[in-house]
Design a protein around this ligand. Structure first.
Ligand code: SF4
Length: 300
C-alpha cells in the first residue's frame, strides 16, 4: 500500500496550503490512531455546515477516526444531512443519486478488488435512515443478499431532517413531526433483524455518546467486510431540530435513548469471529480451550 498520494511532490511543500501540510504531517494517514487521542492529531473531518449540536456530526467524526486505514477508504453517501459533513472530510467521497448508494458501493468495491487485488481498499456507505431503509432499501437489501464486501452505516435520526420533518420507516410509531402531524401509524422498521436474515456477517447498534464503542464496532465492521461479507451498523444520531432537543441535552437524549430502545447489540457470525481472531488477533473471539475431562471415579 502506498501513502505517496497524500505526500508532497518534491519541492512543492512550501506552496501547499497550511491545512494540507498539517494533514500530511500531523494527520492519521499510515498511523494507528484512536479516539482516545482526539485533540492530539489533525483530523480528517474538522468542519461541517450542519446544525449546531447535531449528534450526527459527532458520530461521523468518530466513525472516520475509527477507520482502520483511512488513507485507503472511500465513503459513499446519498442525499441527507450526513453527506454535508462526510463530503468535507479529507478522504474520497462518492455521492450518488438518492438511494443508489449500496448499488454504487457494490460496483466500486468490486472494481477496487479487481484493480488492487489483495491490498485493502475499504468502501463504507454512510447514509441516513431515509436513504437506507426507505428509498435505497431495495439496493441495500440486495447488496446484503449478495454478500457484497463493504460496510453500511445508517445514520438513524428517525426523520427526514433536511427536508422539514417527514416520517421515515425508522420513525417510531406514534411520533408526531412537522410534516407528519397525525403521528406515524406504523412500527419502526427492524433493519437489524433484516440485516441478519439477509446474511450480514456483522450487525451492531451504537450511539455517539460512547466513543470507544463507536470505534470498536466501526473497526470490526470494516475489517470483516474486507473478506467475509456485508456488515451493518445502525447508529442513533438524533435530529435536535426536528425533535426539538436543546443542544445542551443532545448527549443526555442519546444516553436515555440508549438505555431505552437503542441498547447496544452486536451480532458476529461464526466465520467473522474466526476471521477477526486469526487475522487481527481479537482475543475475545479466539476458540475457548477445551474444559479438562472429568475424572472417572474408580470402583472401590
Ligand atoms: S436537520 Fe437534524 S439531522 Fe439534519 S443537521 Fe440539523 S439537527 Fe442534524
Amino acid at each position: 500500500m502506498s501513502l505517496d498520494y497524500v505526500k508532497f511532490s518534491g519541492g512543492f511543500e512550501k506552496f501547499m496550503p497550511k491545512e494540507y501540510r498539517d494533514m500530511v504531517e500531523h494527520g492519521p494517514f499510515g498511523k494507528k490512531i484512536s479516539v482516545s487521542q482526539m485533540g492530539s492529531f489533525k483530523e480528517i473531518l474538522e468542519e461541517h455546515p450542519m446544525c449546531a449540536g447535531c449528534a450526527m456530526t459527532l458520530f461521523i467524526r468518530l466513525a472516520i477516526i475509527a477507520f482502520p486505514n483511512p488513507e485507503d477508504t472511500i465513503t459513499v453517501g446519498t442525499a441527507g444531512c450526513g453527506r454535508l459533513a462526510i463530503s468535507q472530510a479529507a478522504i474520497p467521497f462518492v455521492y450518488g443519486n438518492y438511494g443508489d448508494q449500496n448499488g454504487v458501493a457494490s460496483g466500486l468495491s468490486r472494481g477496487l478488488r479487481l484493480r488492487f487485488g489483495d491490498k485493502p481498499k475499504d468502501v463504507v456507505v454512510i447514509a441516513g435512515d431515509g436513504g437506507t431503509a426507505d428509498i435505497g432499501f431495495q439496493q441495500v437489501l440486495h447488496s446484503w443478499f449478495r454478500k457484497e464486501r463493504f460496510t453500511t452505516i445508517m445514520l438513524d435520526n428517525e426523520v427526514y431532517g433536511n427536508t422539514g420533518g417527514q416520517e421515515s420507516g425508522m420513525t417510531n410509531r406514534g411520533a408526531v413531526l412537522k410534516m407528519a402531524p397525525l403521528g406515524k401509524k406504523f412500527e419502526k422498521m427492524d433493519m437489524l433483524q433484516m440485516a441478519k436474515v439477509a446474511g450480514c456477517a456483522y450487525v451492531a447498534t451504537v450511539v455517539p455518546n460512547n466513543p470507544r464503542r463507536v470505534e470498536s464496532v466501526i473497526k470490526k465492521a470494516v475489517l470483516i467486510a474486507r473478506e467475509v461479507g456485508s456488515t451493518y451498523i445502525q447508529a442513533y444520531t438524533s435530529c435536535n431540530i426536528e425533535y426539538a432537543i436543546p443542544t445542551d441535552k443532545v448527549m443526555e437524549d442519546a444516553k436515555n435513548v440508549e438505555n431505552d430502545r437503542y441498547q447496544f447489540t452486536e451480532y458476529v457470525s461464526e466465520e467473522a469471529k474466526q476471521y477477526l481472531a486469526e487475522r487481527y488477533g481479537y482475543k475475545e473471539f479466539l476458540p475457548k480451550p477445551a474444559a479438562p475431562a472429568a475424572a472417572i471415579p474408580t470402583k472401590a
